[in-house]
Design a protein around this ligand. Structure first.
Ligand code: GDP
Ligand code: MG
Length: 296
């Protein structure tokens, strides 16, 4: 064909660049200890990334302060490499007085923005800035509470201002289907009441297709999750699940929990958007406010 000039190869060119360079994904975990944070992350990425409770040393369990510890690991799927950093915030909100317990978490997120900005403003910039900006925050709601507790409201208000928050109901196998539905409805109402806006944002619904997908996701939020690091043999098929007195929970079964929906949402449909929105919304806001302060 005479008129073909070849700019359609840009997708292949981009793919090559991606394959060579890989990308960073940084996820922060916020919630009380014992809520299954480590287990869920290990379940989502089908690998052992962070130690869950069973393997924790006694010293760590008694540690009082919230110490933020990022763990980075490179994962590969069909030649695509991701440098995944999980930022664990152990024991969040465990103290009797939780006043200000979110401060180190917010500080961590802002520090990454500040570090990125500093490198961006250098006269000779690195060609590629190692991106440590937090792309998503998995926020674990205690299944025992009947909705958002005052602490959740406080923390969510602040977190949603600096990052993409994905709320989940932890260990949802402890609830009945009705309890789950009620819990979800309460959380949605409370978030609307307190004007807490979680990811995905309404303004990103530009295309009809996105609008429908995002609406179905908003409907599921908060994702009722179950995590497991155990594989169980159920009539000859091996599933990742949890054994209960009444039977086995298969975490991949959509009738049992929202695990698959959450994983598809984070990795299959919204991964690149999470990274883009971080740069274009959260980082941009930080950058503007910082640079404005310098000018004034
Ligand atoms: P973390 O402190 O929030 O990181 O919690 P862990 O991932 O270490 O899990 C704490 C305990 O809860 C472990 O004994 C897990 O096996 C268990 N656990 C994790 N996820 C679930 C879940 O979805 N349902 C139930 N019933 N137990 C879970
Ligand atoms: Mg943990």
């Amino acid at each position: 064909v005479q008129d073909y000039v070849g700019f359609d190869t840009i997708t292949q060119q981009m793919e090559r660049k991606f394959l060579k360079r890989g990308f960073n994904l940084n996820v922060i975990l916020v919630g009380e200890s014992g809520m299954g944070k480590s287990t869920l992350v290990n379940s989502i990425f089908s690998t052992h990334l962070v130690d869950s409770q069973g393997r924790r040393t006694a010293q760590e369990v008694i540690r009082k302060t919230t110490e933020i510890s990022p763990v980075t690991q490179t994962l590969e799927e069909n030649g695509v490499r991701v440098r995944l950093t999980i930022i664990d915030t152990p024991g969040f909100g465990d103290q009797c007085n939780n006043e200000g317990c979110w401060v180190p978490v917010i500080k961590y997120i802002k520090d990454q923005h500040a570090a990125y900005l500093a490198r961006e403003l250098k006269p000779f910039r690195d060609r590629i800035i190692n991106d440590t900006r937090v792309h998503a925050c998995l926020y674990f709601l205690n299944p025992g509470s009947r909705g958002l507790r005052p602490l959740d409201v406080e923390v969510l208000k602040r977190l949603t201002e600096v990052t993409n928050v994905i709320p989940v109901i932890a260990k949802s196998d402890s609830m009945t289907t009705d309890e789950r539905t009620l819990f979800k409805r309460r959380v949605k109402e409370e978030m609307a009441f307190h004007r807490i806006s979680v990811y995905p944002y309404a303004c990103d619904d530009d295309v009809d297709e996105d609008r429908a997908l995002n609406a179905s996701i908003r409907d599921l939020i908060p994702f009722a999750v179950v995590g497991s690091e155990e594989t169980i043999d159920v009539d000859g098929t091996v599933v990742r699940g949890r054994r209960h007195g009444w039977g086995v929970i298969n975490i991949f079964d959509e009738a049992h929990c929202d695990f698959v929906h959450l994983r598809n949402f984070m990795l299959r449909t919204h991964l690149s958007d999470l990274i883009e929105v971080t740069a274009q919304r959260h980082y941009e806001q930080f950058r503007t406010s910082q640079l404005r302060q310098i000018k004034e």
